[in-house]
Design a protein around this ligand. Structure first.
Ligand code: BG6
Length: 370
C-alpha cells in the first residue's frame, strides 16, 4: 500500500536508501564481499572469464552501464553493455569464458529472457540480477543475485535501479577478489564506501526534495530538457532523460558531456534547460574542470543550467542557475547520489503537470512480449 504517500513512486523513492542497504545485507563478511549465489558458476570459472556482456532494457540497461565502470575497474575484465533486444538478434561472440549478466527488476521482460536463452545456448555462463524471487529469468539462469529493493509498483523504475547498481558493484568486488585484481584492503575501502551510500542518499532526499519540487513547478511548460554527464555521470544523464520522457512526457536527451562540441551544442538556444551532472572536484580523471567549461559554453549561449554537484563545489556556482548539492563520495559512488535528484525531478514534474506518476501512458511494468 501507498501509506501516506501521494504515489507509489514517492514511496519507492523514499525507500532508495533501504534498497541499497538491503541489497548489501548479508553479503559482506569481515569487510569483504562474498556472494555465495555465485557458487553455481564457481570461483574457478569466474577467475577464467575473459569478457562480460551485460544485457538489459530501459532503466536496467543504465544500471548496467554503471556496472561496466565498476566491474572493469575492479576486475580488469572487459565489459560490454547491450540492450537485450539488440544482443539477441546478432550472432554475438560468446565462449564458455564469457559471463553474461542479465538485469531485470521484474525478471519477466521477454527481450531479456530471450537474450538469456540465446546466451545459454551459445555456451556462456549466465548470471542474473533480479528483484523478483522465482521469476522466469532467474529460473533460466545459472546463478542469480537478487536485489532486495522490495516490491516496486510504479511502472518507471527508481529504487530497483539503485539496488541493481549495488548488486553489480558487489559482483565487481567479488570478481576483484577472485581474480586478485584488488587487494583485500582495496576491497574493504570500497565496501566501506558502498555501505555509506544509504545514509548519503537519505541526505540527498532530505536536502533536495523541496528545491526540485519548486523547480518542477516552473518547468511545466518546458518542451525539451537536455542532460549532460561524463564518465559515471553519463549513464546518470541518460537515466534522467528517460525518467522525464516516461513520467512527464517531455522530450529529453542525455549526452556524454565530451560529445557536446561534436553536435548537441547546436541545440542550445536561449532558455534551453540543461541538467548537468558535475564530477567531484577531486575526480581522479580530472574531469571536473572540463565539465565546468561545458557549463560555461552552454551558459554563454543562453542555456538555463541546473547542476548536480558535490556540496561545496564553488567552481560551478557562478555559472549555474540552480545547484542541487550531493554529499562527497568516491568517483564510482557518485552516481548513487546524483541519480536520486533525477528520480525526484521526473516524479515532481509529472505531478506538477497533473499526470499519473505511477502509471504513465503507453507503458507497462513488465513487457512480456517481444
Ligand atoms: C520497461 C519499464 O517496460 O521495462 C522500465 O517501463 C524498465 O521501467 C524496463 O526499466 C525493464 O524492466 P525490467 O523488469 O526487465 O527491469
Amino acid at each position: 500500500e501507498k501509506g501516506g504517500w501521494s504515489s507509489f513512486m514517492a514511496k519507492e523513492i523514499s525507500e532508495e536508501p533501504e534498497a541499497v542497504a538491503n541489497t548489501i545485507l548479508g553479503r559482506v563478511h569481515d569487510g569483504l564481499v562474498s556472494l555465495k549465489e555465485l557458487e553455481p558458476i564457481g570461483d574457478e570459472a569466474l577467475a577464467g572469464i575473459d569478457r562480460i556482456v551485460i544485457v538489459a532494457c530501459g532503466t536496467a540497461a543504465y544500471a548496467g552501464m554503471l556496472g561496466k565502470y565498476a566491474i572493469e575497474e575492479w576486475s580488469r575484465i572487459p565489459v560490454d553493455v547491450e540492450l537485450s533486444h539488440e544482443f539477441r538478434y546478432r550472432n554475438p561472440i560468446i565462449t564458455d569464458r564469457t559471463l553474461v549478466i542479465s538485469i531485470s527488476q521484474s525478471g519477466e521482460t521477454m527481450d531479456t529472457l530471450m537474450a538469456v536463452q540465446h546466451a545459454t545456448k551459445a555456451g556462456a555462463r549466465v548470471l542474473s540480477i533480479c528483484n523478483t524471487q522465482g521469476a522466469t529469468i532467474p529460473r533460466e539462469s545459472q546463478a542469480v543475485v537478487y536485489t532486495h529493493a522490495g516490491p516496486e509498483v510504479a511502472v518507471a523504475s527508481t529504487k530497483a535501479f539503485l539496488a541493481q547498481v549495488t548488486a553489480l558493484y558487489l559482483v565487481g568486488l567479488h570478481l576483484g577478489k577472485v581474480r586478485g585484481t584488488q587487494t583485500d584492503e582495496q576491497i574493504r575501502e570500497n565496501v566501506i564506501e558502498l555501505q555509506a551510500v544509504p545514509e548519503k542518499i537519505a541526505e540527498v532526499l532530505s536536502v533536495s526534495q523541496a528545491e526540485i519540487g519548486q523547480l518542477a513547478r516552473w518547468m511545466t511548460d518546458t518542451q525539451s530538457v537536455l542532460f549532460l554527464g561524463r564518465n559515471v555521470g553519463y549513464p546518470v544523464a541518460l537515466e534522467g532523460a528517460l525518467k522525464l520522457k516516461e513520467l512527464a512526457y517531455i522530450h529529453a536527451e542525455g549526452f556524454a558531456a565530451g560529445e557536446l562540441k561534436h553536435g548537441p551544442i547546436a541545440l542550445i538556444e536561449p532558455g534551453q534547460v540543461v541538467i548537468v551532472v558535475v564530477p567531484s572536484p577531486r575526480d581522479p580523471h580530472s574531469l571536473h574542470p572540463k565539465v565546468v567549461s561545458n557549463i560555461q559554453e552552454i551558459r554563454a549561449r543562453g542555456a538555463r543550467v541546473i547542476a548536480i554537484a558535490e556540496k561545496g563545489d564553488a567552481a560551478v556556482l557562478p555559472f549555474a542557475d540552480e545547484v542541487i548539492p550531493i554529499p562527497l563520495a568516491g568517483s564510482l559512488f557518485e552516481p548513487f547520489l546524483a541519480v536520486v535528484p533525477m528520480h525526484i525531478f521526473g516524479m515532481e514534474l509529472a505531478a506538477a503537470k497533473g499526470l499519473d506518476v505511477d502509471q504513465p501512458r503507453n507503458l507497462a511494468k513488465s513487457v512480456t512480449v517481444e
